[in-house]
Design a binder for this molecule. Structure first.
Ligand code: KDG
Ligand code: MG
Length: 403
C-alpha cells in the first residue's frame, strides 16, 4: 500500500491544532496529531517542507522503517518539533494499518490489558474552598483520580487555575502574558490545600498535584515531605528535569510518588530517571514523544523498573492524540493513569471520535484505526490564531522563572 499524498491541516476551534493526513493508493487514509502548543507552525513547516516529500511512494505498512528513516535520516536528532512531526506520521500510519486490518488499534498492539483506562480530571479554584468544591464535583462526575490546583494568596495568576470550569486553557494571549511567582507563598499554601481536600473527600479517591517545574530540588523535597500525610497518587514536575540527577535529592527525602515527562521527547530524556528509579510515573505521550512506536519503547524500558505510565493529556493535545493514547493505555502492561482534560464542544465537533468516558474510566472504542477523524470543512471555518503560553517572573525582583 503506497503513500500517495500527505498534507497538514491547521485549525483553531477554540485553540490551535495541527493534524497530518496521509492518503494511500488503496483509498485508506490516516490522521496524526502534530500539535506543539505555542510552536504549532514550526511543526507544520517541518512536516510540509521536510517530511512529506520523503513519504510519497513509501509503503504505508512499513511503520518501523519510516520511523527510523525520519529519526536517523534527519541527522539532527530529537527535540520537540522533530519528534512531534515524526509522531504525527507514526500515528497516521498506525491508523491506516489498523483500518487495513479492520481492527481497533489496541488489538494490533497486543490487545486489551484492562477493561478501561482510569483517567484523572482537573479540579481547580481561586482558593482552597473553591478547589475543594470542584474536587467534590469531579468525584460526583465519577472520577476516581482528581488533580487539585488552587490559587495562592498574594499571587494574581497561578498555573492550573482556569478561567472556565472543565476547560482550562493556558495559551491565552497573542504574546506571552507575564505571571508572578513566589515559592514561599506556594510552599506555605499547598499543604493547607491538600489538608482541606483530603478532609472533604476522604481516602477513596486518588489525588494528584502538578508543581509545573517551579521548585528547586530541595524545595521539592520539602513539599513532597509535607504532602505525605495526604497520600498523593503523584507530585508532578517537581523540579525541571534537564538535570535528571536532581531527582535523587527529592527521593532521598520523601516517599510522595513522583511523575515527570510531559515535555520529554525521547527515551534519552528519561533514561536515568527510570533506570535509577528516581521516578514512579513517566508522563511522555504519543504526540510529543515520537508516536506509538517510540512511546512503546519507553514504556517497555520503564516496566523493567516498575515505573508506570501517566500520559500527558492536556487540551493542547488534540483528540487525535487522545484517541491514540487511549489505545496505548488499554494495552500497555505497566499502565498507571491517563490525564483527561475535556476539549470544548467546537473541538469535539471538528474531531469526531469513538472514545468515551464512563464513571472515571475511558475506552478508545472499537472503530477500526484509532477511531478519531477530522471534519475538514468544519476545520476550515477555524483559522489559526497565534497564542502563547505565559512566562513567570519572581514576584520580589522580576527574575524570569520556569512557568
Ligand atoms: O502546553 C502546556 C500544557 O500542556 C501544560 O501546561 C499542561 O502541565 C500540564 C498538564 O499537566 O496537563
Ligand atoms: Mg503537567
Amino acid at each position: 500500500m503506497k503513500i500517495t499524498n500527505a498534507r497538514v491541516i491547521v485549525c483553531s476551534p477554540g485553540r490551535n491544532f495541527v493534524t497530518l493526513k496521509i492518503e494511500t493508493d488503496e483509498g485508506l487514509t490516516g490522521i496524526g496529531d502534530a500539535t506543539l502548543n505555542g510552536r504549532e507552525l514550526s511543526v507544520a513547516s517541518y512536516l510540509t517542507d521536510h517530511v512529506i516529500p520523503c513519504l510519497i511512494g513509501r509503503d504505508a505498512h512499513q511503520i518501523e522503517d519510516i520511523w527510523q528513516f525520519l529519526y536517523k535520516g534527519a541527522y539532527w536528532r530529537r527535540g520537540p518539533v522533530t519528534m512531534s512531526a515524526i509522531a504525527a506520521v507514526d500515528i497516521a500510519l498506525w491508523d491506516i494499518k489498523a483500518k487495513a486490518a479492520g481492527l481497533p488499534l489496541y488489538q494490533l498492539l497486543g490487545g486489551a490489558s484492562r477493561t478501561g483506562v482510569m483517567v484523572y480530571g482537573h479540579a481547580n479554584g481561586r482558593d482552597i474552598a473553591e478547589t475543594t468544591d470542584e474536587v467534590l464535583r469531579y468525584a460526583e462526575l465519577g472520577y476516581k483520580a482528581i488533580r487539585a490546583q488552587s490559587g495562592v494568596p498574594g499571587l494574581d495568576k497561578v498555573y492550573g487555575v482556569g478561567r472556565g470550569r472543565l476547560f482550562y486553557e493556558p495559551a491565552d494571549a497573542d504574546l506571552p502574558s507575564e505571571h508572578d511567582w513566589s515559592t514561599e507563598k506556594y510552599l506555605d499554601h499547598t499543604p493547607k490545600l491538600f489538608d482541606a481536600v483530603r478532609s472533604a473527600i476522604g481516602w477513596d479517591h486518588h489525588l494528584l498535584h502538578d508543581v509545573h517545574h517551579r521548585l528547586t530540588p530541595i524545595e521539592a523535597a520539602r513539599l513532597g515531605k509535607s504532602l505525605e500525610p495526604y497520600r498523593l497518587f503523584w507530585m508532578e514536575d517537581a523540579t525541571p528535569a534537564e538535570n535528571q540527577e536532581a531527582f535523587r535529592l527529592i527521593r532521598q527525602h520523601t516517599v510522595t510518588p513522583l511523575a515527570v515527562g510531559e515535555i520529554f521527547n525521547t527515551i534519552w530524556d528519561c533514561k536515568d530517571l527510570i533506570s535509577q528509579q528516581l521516578i514512579d510515573y513517566i508522563r511522555a505521550t504519543v504526540v510529543h514523544a515520537g508516536g506509538i512506536t517510540h512511546l512503546r519503547r519507553i514504556a517497555d524500558f520503564a516496566a523493567m523498573y516498575q515505573v508506570r505510565t501517566g500520559c500527558h493529556g492536556a487540551t493542547d493535545l488534540s483528540p487525535v492524540c487522545m484517541g491514540a493514547a487511549l489505545h496505548f493505555d488499554l494495552w500497555v502492561p505497566n499502565f498507571g493513569v491517563q490525564e483527561y482534560m475535556r476539549h470544548t464542544d467546537e473541538t469535539d465537533a471538528v474531531f469526531p471520535h469513538a472514545y468515551s468516558f464512563d464513571r472515571g474510566f475511558m475506552h478508545p472504542g472499537e472503530a477500526p484505526g484509532h477511531g478519531v477523524d477530522i471534519d475538514e470543512a468544519m476545520a476550515a471555518r477555524y483559522p489559526y490564531q497565534r497564542a502563547y503560553l505565559p512566562v513567570n517572573r519572581q514576584q520580589h525582583d522580576g527574575t524570569l522563572w520556569s512557568w
